[in-house]
Each structure stands twice: as structure tokens, then as C-alpha cells.
Ligand binder design. Sequence first.
Ligand code: FMN
Length: 211
Amino acid sequence: MSEDLSLFDAIYSCRAMRRLDTKAVPEELLVKLIDAANQAPSGSNMQRARWLVVRDPDQRKKLAALNKTAVEAYVGPQSGRAGALPHQSAEKRQRMLNSVLWQAEHLQDCPAIVIACFEFDAPVSGSEASRAGSSLWPGVQNLLLAARALGLGAALTTLGLSDRKASRAVLGLPDNIEAFGLIPVGYPLGKFGPVTRLPVAEIMRWDRWSA
Ligand SMILES: Cc1cc2nc3c(=O)[nH]c(=O)nc-3n(C[C@H](O)[C@H](O)[C@H](O)COP(=O)(O)O)c2cc1C
């Protein structure tokens, strides 16, 4: 795959790619992903998004352990997770769950884990921090699309950061930096294909909200 993939082709086939090869991703490509993320807009052009690229095997192992614990809670009987949704059959949902479980088993072997962070002026608590996400997610989407264009697999995840204290300790984050997303990146084992989304007529209105 090349950067010649059209933007629209990338948008329409940018599925969460959780099954990744262990093959290393060249450093220049990882830098390219972060550079693409860095082109995204931010409130008042403050540019506070920060990107931590984790390649060290011990670090990956620690993040994988945190993710596994969170995934186990997510799939457990008490999680309240829907088995099917109006727009996603039980079968499709099960397929997604299988890939989440595969990732939970293999995260430590994925060549690079990008942590999407935000730098504040001063230390913040978790709840204050959540508002900053709006200036970070555009960069995350740029990164996912850039990965798709380069033929790399990536998926935005958050479960591995749910134990805020433990994940912050692993990542060595100072008090004024918060982690929002954990994005494993590698060469895809699965196939890229069209994303399944609601029809545009269902989610769009003109001029004024109507039923
Ligand atoms: C805010 C956010 C948090 C997410 N957290 C996780 C996660 O912790 N683990 C995971 O495997 N996928 C996570 N995802 C990925 C979604 O499950 C995925 O985007 C959705 O199922 C659509 O998948 P598709 O793009 O392959 O169709 C997250 C996505 C978003 C936007």
C-alpha cells in the first residue's frame, strides 16, 4: 500500500486493525505518523498534543498487562456490554470482541504502541483532563488515516489506560501530561475493508432537527 491511496478510500476503509504482525515498523514511518498527527487542528492552535511511542519490550509488556486486566473486566459478566446493537448484529459484535481478545493476548508483541497525550500548563486531575480531548482526537484520526495510507494497521484504544495511576507510572508521565489513547501500530495480519456505519440519511438533518 502507498501514500497514493486516496483520502476517501482511506476514510472508508480505516477499520480498527487489532491483529498485527510482530515485524518491526521502520522508525521513519513511526515519525511520519506522528508528523501527520501533528498537522491536525487544535483549539486556538495551542498545539498541546504530545506523542509517546513505546517500542521497548518491557514497557510494552507492562502496558499489555494493564490492557489485559481492563479487557477482562470489559468482557466479564458484570460489564454491562451490549451483546448486539441495532446497527451491529451479534455475529459482527462477536467478531469485534474476538479481535479485542486477540489484541489482549498479543499486545506485548506489537512493534509500537503510540500513546496520545496532552500537555497542560499545570497538574490536573483525571476529570479536568477529559475536556482537553477535543484538541487531541483530530490528531489521533490523522494518525489512523496516515497509518492506513502507509499500509500499517492501527486501532484507537482506551481500555489499557483505565487504571490511570498504573499507566501513568509505567509511562513516567509528569503531573501536567495526561494520556488519552493507546494506539498499537504494526503491519496488519487482518484485511483492510469497508467500515460498517449507519446510513448518512439516518444521522444527518438539514437546517433544523427533525424526526
Ligand atoms: C473513544 C474510543 C475508545 C475506544 N477504545 C477501544 C478500546 O479500548 N479497545 C479496542 O479494542 N477498541 C477501542 N476503540 C475502537 C472501537 O471499538 C472501534 O472504533 C469501533 O468498534 C469501530 O470499529 P471499526 O472502525 O473497525 O468498524 C475505541 C474507539 C474510540 C473512538
